[in-house]
Design a protein around this ligand. Sequence first.
Ligand code: GAL
Length: 684
Amino acid sequence: MPKRFPAINPKFPHVLHGGDYNPDQWARTPEVWDEDMRLLKLAGCNAMSVGIFAWSSLEPAEGQFEFGWLDTIMDKLADHGAFAVLATPSGSKPAWLSRTYPEVCRVNADGTRQAHGGRHNHCRTSPVYREKCRIINRKLASRYREHSALLVWHVSNEYNGGDCHCELCYAAFRKWLKVRYNNDLDRLNHAYWSSFWSHTFTDWQSIQPTDRGIHGLMLDWERFKTAQTIDFFQTEAEPLRELTPEIPVTTNFMTGSSTLDYWAFARAVDVVSWDSYPAWHETGDDTLEAARIALLHDINRSMKGGRPFMLMESVPSIPTRGRVKKRKRPGMHLLSSLQAVAHGSDTVQYFQWRKSRGCMEKFHGAVVDHAGHEHTREFREVAEVGRALARLDRVVGCGVDAEVALVLDWENEWALNSGARVYLGDNVKYRQDCLAHYRPFWNAGVSVDVIDQTCDLGAYRLVVAPMVYMLRPGFADKLAQYIEAGGTALMTYWSAVVDQSDLCFLGGVPGNGLRQVFGVWEEESQSYFPHESVEVAMADNNGLEMRGSYKAVDTCSVVHPEGCKVLATFAGDYFAGSPALTVNRHGKGKAYYLAGRAEDAFLEAFYRAQIKQLSLTRAIGIELPEGVSAQARGDDTGQYVFLMNFNDAPAKLELDAAYTDLLTGGKVAASLTLAPYGTMVLSK
Ligand code: GAL
C-alpha cells in the first residue's frame, strides 16, 4: 500500500495550479493587475509565484524598501481565493548592489570579475550578498507572516553550480578541504595522486580548482559548490524558518542538469520542486522524451522518500530555447501536466503567467499572451488543466509504490564526465544509459524510484545500477548485503572502477569486494563508433526466455567468469565468446552483470523477464500499447491510474476491470481508445 503524505501546505489540500507572476513589471498599469485576477479565476489558477526577480522593485536603493505594490498583490490574491508561492529575490541582483559591492559578482577562472548583468550569477560566498539577502528575506517574512495568501516560500531561483573563482570562494574551498582531509595535506595529496605531473601540494594556499587534470580535485570542487550553495540557501531560509515555521520552504531544482548534487540539496528543503522543460515534438520521438521526463519526475519524488513534489515551472506552449521551436500539439499540455501529477507532483505551475513586453523572455510561452485576453489556444489549454486538477483532490498526498530502484548518482556523473571521459570520450552517455534501463519499466507501467548511492536499498525487489563507475563510501557493502539478503541487482560495464577520489581500485574491476559478489573480473573494455556494433548471442537455457541474438553498442568489456553463470556471450570482435551477461548467486540473491551497452530490445526482453520472475506490481494489469504509459498513485482509500498516450495517434486498450475516469466522472468503457496525446485518470 503506498504511503499517504500531507499536502504541501495543509491549509490548501488541493493541487496547486499557477505560475511565475511578475506584477512588478506592470506597476505602471495597475489595471493589468485586476485583469490578472479575472484571468486567473478563468484559468483555474490558485497559486502564483510572486516576486522571483523583483529585488529592484522591492529595494530600489540600498536600505530603501517598497512593499506597497506587493501588499496590493498579496491582498488581491487573497481576495480572489488564490495563494502566493512567495519568492526571495536573490536570483537577480539590483545594479546598485553590484556597483557598491563588486564582490557580489562572480569571478572567472582567469581572475576577471564578471560585469553586472544577467542573473543567477552571484558569488555564493560573499558575506555582503548573504547579508543583503538575509535583510530582505527577513523583511518579507515579517511583513507577510500573518498574510492568508502566503502558502510556500520559493527561495531564489534555479541555484546553479557555476564557478566563482574569487578569493572568498577559494578561501572557503580550502577551509572545506581542511575539514574533509582532517587538516592533513598528505592525505589530500594521496587522494589527488598529485605526484602525477609533479602537482604535489606543499601548502593549502596553492590549491586552486583550475587544474582539470587532477580528477579528485575537480570532484571536490563540484562537491564544494554544492555544499556552498546549500549553505547559501540555509542563510536565505533562516529568517523564513524563524518567522514562519509553518510555511514550507523550497527552491526550484534543475533536476535534468548535473550542475549540483540535488540529493544533498533535497535534505535542506521542506519540499522538492523542479523546473521541467521537455523538448516535445523536437526529437522525433515523443515517447522517448516522455520516458526521460518520467525518470526526472521520479527522481524528484524519490528525493524525499516518496513525498509529493512541486512542478514549479513548465511551459504552456514553447520555451525560448532550442534551435527549432515546436508548440505543444493539442492535448499535449494536459498530458504533460498530468504526467507530472502521475509521478508524484501535487502542483502544475508555469513559467510564465503573462508575457513580458520586453527583454529575453517576451516570446516565451505564457498563460496570458500580449493580446491580453483569454481567447488563445494556450489560455484555453491552461484552463482545461485547471478544470482537470480541480477534480484530483483525492490524489493530493498520495504516494507511489516502487519495487524497483534505478541508481542515478550526481557524484558518479561528475566522475564519469571528468575521470572516465578521458578514456570513454563521447561514449560516456550516462544519463542516456540510465534512461535505457528505465524505459522498459516505463513501457510496462512498473513504478521506479530513482535513487543515489546514499539511499537505502532494503525496500526494493530489484536494484538497477548502470555505470556506477565511482563508488561512494559504503555503497559496495550496501549492495552486497542487499543481494545477500535475497535482492536482485544488475550492474554494468564501467562499474566499481574508482573510489570517491577517482582513484582506481587495485586488484581488478569491479572493485571494493564487488568482484566476488558478481563473480566476474572485467579485464578490459573496447569503445565503438556510432556505426559499429557487436553481436550478443543468448545462451541456451538462460532462464530469461531470451533467444537469438541482440546488439551491443558504444562500449563492451572483456569479462572473465569467476563462479557466475554465463547467460549470453559476445559473438563478434577479438573477444568473441566472452560473457556479455552473467548471473551470480550471492547469498539468497542474484547479481547480474551486463558487459556491454545493450540495445533497447535486449533491455526490454531482460527486464520483462525480471518483471515476470519477481512478479513486480504494474499500475494496471494489461499490456500497454507502445508509447502509452500507466502510473499509479494511491493510499489506503484508493488507487488512481494515470493512462497517458504519448503517441500522435489513437491507442486502443482493453481494460481489466470497471473504472471511472476521475477527469470526467464518467464510467470508462472496457474497450477504450485513448485520443492522440490523450489522458485518463482511472479509479476503481
Ligand atoms: C527557467 C527559469 C525561468 C525562465 C525559464 C524560461 O530555467 O527559472 O526564470 O527563464 O527558464 O524557460
